[in-house]
Design a protein around this ligand. Structure first.
Ligand code: SF4
Length: 381
């Protein structure tokens, strides 16, 4: 019970602020209200009959302690009708209590490339700025779950000034990626402050948003937001996180269409998840649906070694076979690259024979794009 209360208080601080500013106009009022209607407690899940039976209450509470619960309204109908690919992504499970020895708190090594709070500068020409750690839904496999949903980790725009000064002083950085958490969960006025600050930096050419909003909270893609995007002084990209075809609902397709009409470039990233999209049919239908919606499927991520996420991973050999099975089934533009972020902060690679090799069983070696050295990686059985 205590955990549920603390979950509620951390989530609602930001949600109330968002709502208070937005309730002045009908269109803007709808998205904060939808956000607040998300399911955020174990007892709400239990009342709906959405928790699997015979799970230890203590393990579920531990899962919630590690990462808040937020099941967005956009998923409710699908889950109610038995769509397990939606349910598995957002409903906590006692399996999260199992931490494999290979799993890490910071699996992609953000902290090692963070010269100041909220900033990651891993690749020469681009930098990540984490403008909030809150999201419109919490994915149980989240790779940044050591910080995501923890309200105390959020940084105000004042606290991010060092990050922006750093970007200003490094003219090799050509792109800023707003991420988190989900950057589009911020109110228009907060988002404006960040956007304006980055748009004023002359050597920044493109601004990218990594977001789950078109699927988690499509109402957030308002006419006002699109109008602002269409007037940006920089080229904008939105990379949408979508994992299964049933997330491409009519409101999601409408949100994507509005972004396209605002002149924003659209790409997607998906995570290959056991029990969600680990079949040829599921992936084909997802990528075809994205392509039809004008979204270029960009990355298919092999799940990072985040703590408590082993039940989402299929063996890497199987992942490779699955992706090969799509060759020739879809246009090349609709086929994303199978990508691995080498655990420990050695960078992201799209795997090919030149940069990965199997040693034995579950031991692999990947060639880091950053150090050019081979890194040995153990995946759990
Ligand atoms: S939306 Fe992204 S950052 Fe938020 S919980 Fe899901 S994976 Fe993590």
């Amino acid at each position: 019970m205590m955990l549920e209360d603390s979950n509620k208080s951390t989530s609602e601080i930001a949600l109330c602020e968002q709502g208070s500013q937005a309730d002045t106009n009908t269109e803007k009022a709808s998205w904060p209200q939808q956000l607040r209607r998300g399911i955020v407690t174990l007892s709400q899940l239990q009342n709906r009959g959405w928790l699997a039976e015979n799970q230890s209450g203590a393990a579920l509470e531990k899962a919630q302690e590690a990462l808040d619960i937020r099941v967005p309204v956009s998923f409710h109908d699908g889950i109610e009708h038995g769509d397990s690919s939606l349910a598995k992504q957002v409903i906590p499970s006692a399996e999260e209590a199992f931490i494999a020895p290979e799993e890490l708190a910071d699996p992609i090594g953000d902290e090692a490339f963070s010269p100041c709070p909220g900033l990651t500068h891993r690749y020469r020409d681009r930098a990540l700025v984490k403008i909030t750690y809150q999201c419109a839904m919490y994915c149980r496999f989240c790779f940044r779950r050591h910080k995501v949903s923890h309200a105390e980790e959020n940084l105000s725009i004042d606290a991010l000034q060092d990050a922006y000064n750093y970007i200003e002083n490094h003219d090799e950085i050509k792109e800023v990626i707003f991420t988190g958490g989900d950057p589009l969960v911020l109110t228009d006025s907060r988002l404006e402050a960040h956007l304006k600050r980055v748009e004023a930096i002359s050597h920044i050419e493109t601004i990218r948003f990594h977001t789950r909003i078109p699927t988690a909270l499509p109402e957030r893609i308002t006419a006002q937001l699109c109008e602002r995007f269409s007037h940006s002084r920089k080229t904008l990209w939105v990379v949408v996180h979508i994992n299964c075809a049933s997330e491409l609902s009519a409101p999601t397709l409408d949100a994507l269409s509005k972004l396209r009409r605002a002149g924003v470039g659209l790409a997607s990233q998906s995570v290959l998840l056991k029990g969600v999209n680990d079949s040829q049919e599921a992936l084909e239908s997802l990528f075809r649906g994205l392509y039809r919606a004008g979204v270029v499927p960009y990355y298919l991520h092999y799940p990072d070694l985040a703590k408590g996420t082993n039940h989402f991973r299929i063996p890497l050999e199987k992942a490779l076979q699955l992706v090969s099975s799509l060759d020739g089934q879809l246009p090349g533009l609709a086929l994303p690259k199978l990508t691995i972020d080498i655990p420990g902060g050695f960078g992201k690679i799209s795997i090919s024979n030149e940069n990965f090799r199997l040693l034995t069983g579950t031991s692999w070696e990947f060639r880091s794009p950053l150090t050019k050295q081979w890194q040995k990686v153990e995946y759990p059985q």
